[in-house]
Structure formats: structure tokens, C-alpha cells
Design a protein around this ligand. Structure first.
Ligand SMILES: [Zn+2]
Length: 365
């Protein structure tokens, strides 16, 4: 799977000059080749044989004529030719407009080069580009894969960027081999059931629960402090720091769990969280679990999209905790303290959360 990553570049002055030359040369060679094609066409349009024999000039032929092109990354020029070929294809096959000349003021300042035998690589906070050498890069997001190509560009405000096309590991798409239903709970963070009949309960890690308890304490401490007092400000700072730490720990836990679920299953069924309920809730303990559920759902969504998984969200009103997963009869509302119940119709004894996750799993079938 190819994926593009974009980063800010911080070139030195010499590199800035080189980039400017490259943008100009790529535009120049494109326009030269286009002019040549138009010239050939007007000359020979009435004789198809002659038109066939008189091939348009390639970018290499221009290099002998214009010395300055020799300074430029050869692959950048080759890509300009590819660009023109594509513009022609679009014109003939897809009925797009005839290729236009690139104007200095209106066309995008960019050039594209390819990775050949490791001539592009990233080392810590630098990227090595052909003919340029090492350029400072703000490598804020790591990737894991083979670099295919890079496009260097400059924004209208003068900032430099590089967009890197990476070939990441291909995940084989297996149609619905493993399915899983996930119920989100309070006593346990998540309860899952898969189509092999295995149910699992995932608790929030102990350290996280501890940290969250401390958070609740700090929140209470803050509310006891006098408004506008020094102590209140101090307490607020302590609370903010705790919030940040807990948020990071929680995210880490959720990443591991969402990774495990999306890598092991092809179809994933979850509840739809009701945001209206969330807004009404002022209790901190409950709001913490709400935040986790939302973050977890968000991670499942984008990881599923990334790995080609099917994510099914149950209908907002789907009564996952009321329906008997064995016979399908609706046993009615159950208060949160009821952890186990027996179906009035088929006598099945249900663990409340496992039953809910099986009901969700059944939506995948
Ligand atoms: Zn039943």
C-alpha cells in the first residue's frame, strides 16, 4: 500500500537556491517539450505517416542545448516528461483539456524525484535528496516502509515541504475470516466475543485506574480552593499536568488494544456511542470512560480503514444488553447492577456484557 507523508523542510540558503533552480528547470523542460509537440503536430497533422516518424524530443535532448539543465536532478526532468505524457493521455482518453504551458506565476513550485538504490533516505532530522545532500526536515511522524518518490514543493508563503511516497507493508485482505463484537463497559473497559466462541474481558490497566483516581482527587482538591486564590491556581496546574499524563497513558493502552483487534479481525462490530448522553453527564468518573470510548472508537475507525477491515456500527438504539443472544427474545431493560440474567424464554444464563458483545457480533452475520 502506498502512503504519502508530508513534512516541512528547512533548507539552508544554498539549498533554497537549488530548489528554486529545480522548480524553474522542471517548468522550463515541460514547456519546451510541449512547444515541440505542438510544432510537430502543426507541421505534420495532414500526414499521419510523417507525424509517426517524427517523434517528439525527449528531455535528454534538451540537456545538450541548455547547460543549466545538467545541474538538475535527472529524475526530476524525467518526471516532468512523465507529467506531460500523462497530461496528453488525459486529453486523448479522458477528454480533459489540452495540456497548457506552465506559467511562472501561476504554476505550482515543485519537482518530483525517485528513490533509486537508496539515494533518498532519512537520518534523524535530515533527509538526503539527490544533488542536494542532507536537508533539515521536521520528521514529526515516523513511517515504516520503502521510499518510492519525493516531491519537494514551496508554498505561496515561501515555506518548503517534502511529500514522501512510501510503500508500506501490504496487509493481505482476507474476506471476513475473523469477526468480533465489542461491548464497551464500565467495570471492564471492553468485552469482546469472536466467532470462534471466545469471549474476553479487557480491564483498564491498574496504573491507569490509579492515575484516574488521583485525577478525581485532584479535581476535588481544586473545587475546595477559594476562587481567585494562589492555591487554586496551583491546584489547577497540578490537575492539568495529571490530566495530560493520564491522557497519554490512556492513549497508549487504547492503541495497543485497537491494534490487536484490527490486526486479528476482518469484521469488527461496535456500539454507536450517544453523544447526547455524554453531554448530560457531569460525573468525572463517567466522563473519563466516555473519553476512552470515543478515543477507542476513533482509533478502531481509522485503523480499520487503513487495514481494509469492515467496521460495523450498531444502530444507536440497538438493545445489545436486553436481547438474549441465544433465542433473540428481548428481556427488557436491566439496571447497571444486574450483571447476570436468565432468559425468560430459553432459560439461558447470561453474563450481561458477554451477551451484549455476542449480540453485536451477530450483527456481522
Ligand atoms: Zn433466550
Amino acid at each position: 500500500m502506498l502512503k504519502a507523508y508530508k513534512y516541512r523542510l528547512h533548507p539552508n540558503n544554498e539549498q533554497k537556491i537549488y530548489f528554486a533552480k529545480s522548480f524553474g528547470s522542471v517548468r522550463f523542460i515541460y514547456n519546451q517539450m510541449l512547444a515541440n509537440r505542438i510544432e510537430l503536430y502543426t507541421k505534420y497533422k495532414d500526414d499521419k505517416e510523417l507525424l509517426k516518424v517524427n517523434k517528439p524530443r525527449t528531455y535528454t535532448s534538451f540537456k545538450y542545448e541548455y547547460e543549466f539543465l545538467k545541474e538538475i536532478d535527472n529524475l526530476a526532468l524525467a518526471n516532468a516528461q512523465l507529467d506531460l505524457n500523462n497530461a496528453y493521455k488525459k486529453f486523448f482518453k479522458e477528454g480533459a483539456g489540452f495540456p497548457k504551458f506552465k506559467s511562472k506565476s501561476r504554476s505550482k513550485k515543485s519537482y518530483k524525484t525517485n528513490n533509486q538504490g537508496g539515494n533518498i533516505r532519512i537520518e534523524e532530522n535530515k533527509i538526503k535528496l539527490p544533488k542536494v545532500g542532507f536537508v533539515k526536515i521536521k520528521y514529526h511522524q515516523q513511517f515504516d516502509g520503502l521510499i518510492k518518490s519525493c516531491t519537494v514543493s514551496q508554498s505561496p508563503t515561501g515555506k518548503f515541504y517534502v511529500s514522501i511516497l512510501v510503500d508500506e507493508e501490504d496487509y493481505e485482505w482476507i474476506p471476513a475470516k475473523n469477526k468480533i463484537g465489542i461491548d464497551l463497559g464500565i467495570t471492564h473497559f471492553a468485552i469482546t466475543s469472536n466467532d470462534d466462541g471466545i469471549s474476553e474481558k479487557y480491564n483498564n490497566p491498574k496504573f491507569l485506574r490509579k492515575a484516574e483516581k488521583k485525577l478525581i482527587k485532584a479535581q476535588k482538591a481544586l473545587s475546595r480552593k477559594k476562587k481567585g486564590s494562589k492555591n487554586r491556581n496551583k491546584a489547577r496546574l497540578i490537575l492539568a499536568k495529571k490530566h495530560e499524563k493520564v491522557a497519554n497513558q490512556r492513549r497508549d493502552f487504547l492503541h495497543k488494544l485497537s491494534y490487536k483487534i484490527t490486526s486479528e479481525n476482518q469484521v469488527i462490530v461496535i456500539e454507536t456511542l450517544r453523544s447526547s448522553n455524554m453531554l448530560k453527564n457531569h460525573k468525572l468518573a463517567k466522563s473519563i470512560s466516555d473519553v476512552s470510548w470515543y478515543e477507542f472508537t476513533r482509533q478502531l475507525e481509522y485503523k480499520s480503514a487503513w487495514l481494509g477491515r469492515t467496521l460495523i456500527k450498531a444502530d444507536r438504539w440497538f438493545a445489545s444488553s436486553q436481547i438474549c443472544s441465544n433465542c433473540g427474545v428481548n428481556g427488557g431493560k436491566k439496571t447497571l447492577d444486574i450483571r447476570e440474567w436468565t432468559c425468560v424464554k430459553c432459560d439461558s444464563v447470561h453474563d450481561r456484557d458477554i451477551n451484549a458483545s455476542i449480540n453485536l457480533l451477530n450483527l456481522a452475520n
